[in-house]
Design a protein around this ligand. Structure first.
Ligand SMILES: [Fe+2]
Length: 307
């Protein structure tokens, strides 16, 4: 099996692509790589491609739909080996070429949560002109509701080589494919849909800058800043004009040496060493700094899971 190295992109169907493009370029500060017909490709400075936007017939006011993510193998790795491995598991991946900027070819497969996962070779970041806005360094992770979290975890481990970093109870799992504590997350929910998309910022100062940028565009935080337990990242959450919850984070735990089995020590860790574990639901797991998840954040309407 060729292991996944990092996340590539997330693809959204948006009912108002003009509004979506405006948010990702002028507020988040991603570079617009290309725009053809009803599709726009955008990237953070550290990515070859971070976000794909597709114009769709979604009713006005309905949240954009994320049905596809890209996951990257190494630049020299062979996609044919990925296809062979997935076929050996009884799956039916069909290679697609000429995908668009940042992706030369990809092998799509649908995970048990219903998300289309497109495996492709990593390409180097694209040189970019200066832009305004937050300008995250890279796409960090995606989180989805999944009706069967355990089955979804098994798929990511077996088919794609992910490792479990942490659980909250038995309903929220964090999976890594490289040094970052998590690249894909899944939490129990009755229907499949995106929980949030997360972009990495440089440091705490960048978080402050991001909050001021959001305010300048009349977008305000729904939660944070705070520090999560799993991953120990400083976080903020806001809902973008597409109705998607967006996390901007920094200081995510790193496991720079998998053979050790613990995350690189940090002053705020309470376990030494900090190994993958099961965290208890509720505060302080969700926020070391003490402010619990506010009632009214959209994920609470569609999950039965306690937290
Ligand atoms: Fe997150």
């Amino acid at each position: 099996m060729i292991p996944i190295r990092r996340i590539g992109f997330a693809s959204f169907d948006s009912g108002d692509i003009e509004k979506s493009v405006d948010y990702y370029t002028n507020v988040l500060g991603l570079s617009l790589l290309d725009r053809v017909g009803g599709t726009a490709w955008l990237a953070c400075p550290g990515d070859a491609l971070s976000v794909v936007l597709n114009a769709s017939q979604h009713p006005a006011g309905e949240a954009a739909h994320c049905g596809q993510i890209g996951l990257q193998i190494g630049p020299q790795d062979d996609l044919a080996e990925v296809e062979h491995h997935l076929r050996g598991l009884g799956l039916s991946p069909e290679r697609v070429s000429d995908v668009g900027p940042g992706v030369a070819a990809q092998v799509p497969v649908t995970d048990p949560a219903g998300v289309r996962v497109c495996v492709h070779n990593a390409l180097p970041p694209v040189p970019r002109a200066a832009t305004c806005g937050v300008v995250p360094r890279k796409l960090g992770h995606t989180a989805f509701f999944a009706p069967d979290v355990q089955k979804t975890v098994e798929f990511y481990q077996t088919a794609l080589g992910f490792r479990v970093s942490d659980w909250i109870g038995d309903f929220f799992v964090f999976l890594r494919c490289g040094p970052d504590h998590h690249t894909v997350n899944f939490l129990h929910g009755p229907v499949r849909r995106m929980h949030h998309i997360a972009f990495e910022l440089n440091d705490w100062t960048h978080v402050k800058h991001a909050c001021d940028e959001l305010d300048r565009h009349d977008l305000h935080l729904s939660w944070g800043p705070g520090r999560h337990g799993p991953g120990h990242n400083i976080y903020t959450y806001h809902t973008n004009p597409d109705g998607i919850m967006v996390e901007l984070f920094t200081e995510l735990d790193q496991m720079s040496d998998e053979s050790l089995g613990w995350f690189d020590p940090r002053p705020w860790h309470k376990d030494r060493p900090q190994r993958p574990k099961v965290w208890p639901p509720g505060t302080p797991t969700t926020n070391f700094w003490g402010v619990a998840r506010p009632v009214g954040i959209n994920e609470q309407r569609e999950t039965n899971a306690p937290r």
